[in-house]
Ligand binder design. Structure first.
Ligand SMILES: Cc1cc2nc3c(=O)[nH]c(=O)nc-3n(C[C@H](O)[C@H](O)[C@H](O)COP(=O)(O)O)c2cc1C
Length: 390
């Protein structure tokens, strides 16, 4: 496998504290807003430092089973207020990236059980992100079959296959029966996640993947109930939320959105698409959603600061717990929580390189830098060997 791949939702820079973050910057220990407990309804977080989902492409064999290494990796990070485990296939039809685990057969459930047992034994909480790539997949993942999407429009993405990146193709328009099967696959995956011991699931409705394709008016040209207008385009997500919530007692389903996502020639955030997300986020208030996990806009270059106003737009429309992501460090995360811009902040790259991220924040220890060349390589190196702070 190449060592220079980039996940479709990866960014390559870090952020520093925004102006006005002085109070949070100087806060020490548990006085830091990020280190206060948070009541997320059915999730009780001892701190507000969430581990963002990170694809690490370490699943074993053609069965795409999580291994002991996964248990070690997540166990090392059990200090997170909440772990959102990596995007995981809801079915074989969902596959669109190599060596990513699934949650659709018994060996996968058993593999994940080891992970959740370790995390729980160490006092942590862990939910599983459910993933379907839709038209962003490639025939190479699907036994030569065309991927299905909302309409027969090529998203012009690149899919990471066993032979490297390949350009996406024009997908098949999914039939109504296929949509119903997909919703059922998400439900079964959520039931399997519950059986595997997860505390809940997060619906991956972000990036260039299936659910975001349905939300996208440039990719969803359908004239039926799953397209036509904004309400139609969000119907798939809303049906998946309802289906995925069924196996759980209480609110155990988070939703991850990326309204600002820009990629290829079809994912371009503009006034129209942002307004559609405004409506969607407001509508989530009527659904059994445990939290909204919002990936913000890219920061302006290396060292750029997260745009707090971009999060405020959706924060004020959603009544439940709100997790902000992208480009945060300790100071900017504390500043956002302190001003009420989010209930928690999630960290991807910092958690990759700093398994004890919460302790490092508490003691204001320097953060280690990760090695992107091992993000998607298949062994222990760069996965379970980042040291804790001495
Ligand atoms: C190696 C890597 C793998 C990722 N995998 C996923 C994933 O499986 N699901 C997802 O929603 N986002 C994924 N992302 C995006 C991150 O969750 C996060 O949105 C992004 O890295 C920005 O957060 P950060 O600034 O804290 O790193 C991944 C990012 C990286 C670096």
């Amino acid at each position: 496998m190449t060592t220079t791949t980039t996940h479709p939702t990866t960014t390559t820079h870090t952020a520093t504290a925004p102006d006005g973050a002085v109070a949070a910057t100087t806060a020490a220990g548990t006085a830091q807003p990020l280190l206060r407990p948070a009541d997320f309804g059915d999730f009780q977080l001892p701190n507000r430092v969430v581990m963002a989902p990170t694809t690490r492409a370490r699943a074993a064999g053609p069965g795409l089973v999580p291994t002991d290494l996964h248990a070690v990796h997540y166990g090392q990070r059990a200090g997170a207020g909440l772990i959102v485990a990596e995007g995981t296939w809801v079915s074989e039809r969902a596959i669109g990236f190599v060596h990513v685990p699934g949650i659709y057969h018994e060996a996968q459930i058993a593999g994940w059980r080891q992970v959740t047992d370790v995390v729980h034994a160490l006092g942590g909480r862990i939910v599983l992100q459910l993933w379907h790539t839709g038209a962003a997949s490639h025939p190479a993942h699907l036994g030569g079959a065309l991927p299905g999407g909302p309409s027969a429009v090529n998203p012009h993405e690149r899919s990471f296959t066993a032979t490297g990146f390949q350009d996406t193709v024009t997908p098949r328009e999914m039939s109504r029966a296929e949509i119903a099967t997909t919703v059922a696959d998400f439900r079964t995956a959520a039931e399997n996640a519950r059986r595997a011991g997860f505390d809940g699931v997060e619906i991956g409705a972000l990036g260039s993947f299936l659910i975001a394709q349905f939300l996208n008016p440039r990719l969803n040209l359908r004239t039926d109930a799953y397209g036509t207008d904004r309400a139609g385009r969000r119907r798939l997500l809303l049906e998946i939320i309802d289906a995925v919530a069924e196996p759980w007692d209480g609110r155990r389903v988070g939703v991850r959105l990326s309204p600002y996502w820009t990629s290829g020639d079809t994912f371009t955030a503009d006034a129209e698409t942002l307004a559609a997300y405004d409506e969607l986020v407001a509508e989530l208030n009527d659904r059994p959603v445990a939290y909204l996990h919002l990936r913000g806009p890219e920061t302006a270059g290396a060292g750029g600061t997260p745009d707090f106003a971009a999060f405020a737009r959706y924060r004020r429309r959603f009544d439940g717990p709100f997790i902000a992501n992208l480009g945060f460090d300790r100071d900017s995360g504390n500043a956002l929580v302190e001003e009420g811009g989010a209930d928690a902040v999630s960290y991807a790259r910092h958690f990759i390189a700093n398994p004890d991220l919460v302790t490092r924040f508490a003691l204001d220890r320097e953060l280690a830098a990760g090695d992107p060349s091992t993000y998607y390589t298949g062994d222990a190196r760069g996965y379970v060997d980042y040291p804790v702070s001495a």
